[in-house]
Ligand binder design. Structure first.
Ligand code: SF4
Length: 248
């Protein structure tokens, strides 16, 4: 295998590892799910690959630090602002007090700065720089043909909304089936219909509802549920809950 191909493989797996793995944003057990890995590679890995390719194609060289940092910041804005919309959601799962501290005209400004810097440094700059250090012989070369670059950009654009749906879908199915509301094999479109039919048509309410489901799924209704401290413990039927006896 050519060094440029090895470098591509290294970068597309290393970027999600640094951005999501080391920050523990994606819990360890979720890395066992191949679909999670694929989506993270498409989002973080392809994001870093596109930026690295643009750096070289725009003639900035592997040490075009300013361009790399600016493109890293742009990546953070696209992921958090456009895909996940966490810049605007005061109830996002990880936001804590930054959902109201520093919030102005519907934007979580302190969170915006914090997450933009995080992605600029951890998701993009560190993976790209370490990939160049690991593969010095090809660090000034373009690694993608024009067609391949367009393909990677299209996948990157498509995967953001898919990632968000996947996160909500996985948690919602699990929680609703354990509560006894739905079958665990229900289709996402049917699940969405149940939710939209039973909630007021209010975008802020939907955002909050989704954020709370993600929060519950991430902290309590995990694969191995933590029923004892779950806020829904008394209401929940714990159907299909294989760890029922150990944790109730
Ligand atoms: S009580 Fe247990 S099974 Fe039910 S929602 Fe909470 S964590 Fe999930």
């Amino acid at each position: 295998m050519k060094d440029s191909k090895k470098a591509i493989l290294f970068l597309i797996f290393f970027a999600p590892f640094v951005g999501e793995g080391l920050s523990t944003s994606t819990p360890v057990y979720e890395w066992l799910n191949p679909l999670v890995i694929i989506l993270l590679v498409f989002l973080y890995g392809f994001g870093a690959l596109i930026i690295r390719e643009l750096l070289i194609r725009w003639g900035k060289g592997s040490e075009g630090w300013l361009t790399l940092l600016l493109l890293g910041a742009a990546y953070g804005i696209i992921e958090e602002g456009l895909y996940l919309m966490t810049f605007f959601n005061p109830n996002w799962q990880d936001i804590g007090i930054l959902g109201y501290y520093g919030r102005f005209i519907g934007v979580n400004w302190v969170w915006v700065v914090q997450l933009t810097i995080f992605h600029m440094i951890y998701s993009i700059t560190i993976p790209v720089v370490l990939t160049h250090i690991a593969f010095p012989g090809v660090k000034e070369e373009s690694w993608l043909s024009k067609k391949a670059l367009i393909f990677v950009i299209i996948i990157f654009i498509l995967c953001g909304p898919i990632w968000m749906l996947f996160v909500i879908d996985t948690y919602t199915k699990r929680i609703f089936s354990r509560l006894g509301f739905t079958n665990e094999k229900i289709k996402y479109s049917d699940l969405q219909k149940i939710i939209t039919d039973n909630l007021e048509k209010d975008a802020a309410l939907f955002n909050e509802y989704h954020a709370l489901l993600v929060e519950l799924g991430k902290n309590y209704c995990k694969k191995k549920p933590v029923c004892t401290s779950c806020p829904l413990n008394k209401l929940c039927k714990k159907i299909h809950c294989s760890f029922k006896r150990a944790t109730i």
